[in-house]
Design a protein around this ligand. Structure first.
Ligand SMILES: C[S@@+](CC[C@H](N)C(=O)[O-])C[C@H]1O[C@@H](n2cnc3c(N)ncnc32)[C@H](O)[C@@H]1O
Length: 201
C-alpha cells in the first residue's frame, strides 16, 4: 500500500467534504479497519491534530508494527491499536465514529460478498448519523470495456484472485454490492485505477 494512495484518500475527502473536514479539525473519532502497519492512520493523525484514532486489524504482525509506529510518534496519546474482528468491535461502539477508513482492505477479506456485506453493515452500526465511511479500493475494468491489450495491474489482480482468494470488483459490480448493504448514499471519486468511495447513511 503506497503512501501516495493513502494521501489521495484524505485529499479527495478534504476537497469534497469541506464542512465535515472543518468539523474534524476541531475533533472527533476515526476508526481505521485493517490499519496494517499504520501508515494511513499516521497521515490522518498528522493532519487532524485534535482527533482520536483507533486502528483495528486481525493480523499479529501488522498490529505489532503499528503499535511500534505509534509508540515512537508525537501523536501516541491520541491513537489506539486494537486486535479484533469488526463484528466483536461493533458490539462495543454503537454510533461512535465520525469517520471510518477502509483502505485497500475489502479485497483482502476472506469470505464472499455476504461476509463483506456483514462487515459494512457493522460499520453502519458504529458510524454516527452524519458520519462517513471512506473506502479506497483498486477497481478492475468492466469486462465490457473495449481494450487493445491487458494491462499489467489486471494480470496482477487476476493472480491475487487465484492465489489468495482476493476479490476485485469493477465499478458497476461494486455499486451493486454497496446497494445490498445498509448504506444508501454513495459518492465515487476516481484517480486512475484507484477509486475512493464515500458511504453515508
Ligand atoms: C493492504 S493492507 C492495508 C493497510 C492499511 N489500510 C493502509 O492503508 O496502509 C490490508 C490489511 O487488512 C487487514 N485485514 C484483512 N482482513 C481483515 C478483517 N476481516 N478485519 C480487519 N482487518 C483485516 C490485513 O491484515 C491487512 O493488514
Amino acid at each position: 500500500m503506497s503512501g501516495q494512495q493513502a494521501a489521495s484518500l484524505e485529499k479527495i475527502f478534504a476537497a469534497n467534504f469541506k464542512d465535515y473536514k472543518k468539523k474534524l479539525r476541531k475533533g472527533g473519532k476515526i476508526l481505521e479497519v485493517g490499519c496494517g502497519y499504520g501508515y494511513t492512520l499516521k497521515g490522518w493523525a498528522e493532519k487532524y491534530k485534535n482527533i482520536e484514532i483507533i486502528g483495528l486489524d486481525i493480523d499479529d504482525n501488522a498490529i505489532k508494527y503499528a503499535i511500534e509506529l505509534v509508540k515512537n510518534s508525537q501523536w501516541k496519546d491520541r491513537i489506539q491499536i486494537v486486535k479484533s474482528t469488526i463484528h466483536e468491535f461493533a458490539q462495543e461502539y454503537p454510533q461512535e465514529f465520525d469517520l471510518i477508513l477502509l483502505n485497500q482492505v475489502l479485497h483482502e477479506i476472506e469470505g464472499n460478498d455476504s461476509t463483506r456485506k456483514a462487515i459494512l453493515d457493522n460499520l453502519y452500526i458504529i458510524l454516527k448519523d452524519d458520519g462517513k465511511v471512506i473506502v479506497g479500493e483498486s477497481m478492475i475494468p468492466s469486462v465490457f470495456t473495449q481494450r487493445k491489450k491487458f494491462l499489467f495491474y489486471e494480470i496482477v489482480h487476476k493472480w491475487f484472485e487465484i492465489l489468495f482468494g482476493s476479490r476485485f470488483y469493477d465499478e458497476d459490480q461494486f455499486r451493486e454490492f454497496i446497494s445490498t448493504t445498509s448504506f444508501k448514499n454513495v459518492d465515487m471519486f476516481k484517480r486512475g485505477t484507484d477509486y475512493v468511495w464515500i458511504l453515508q447513511k
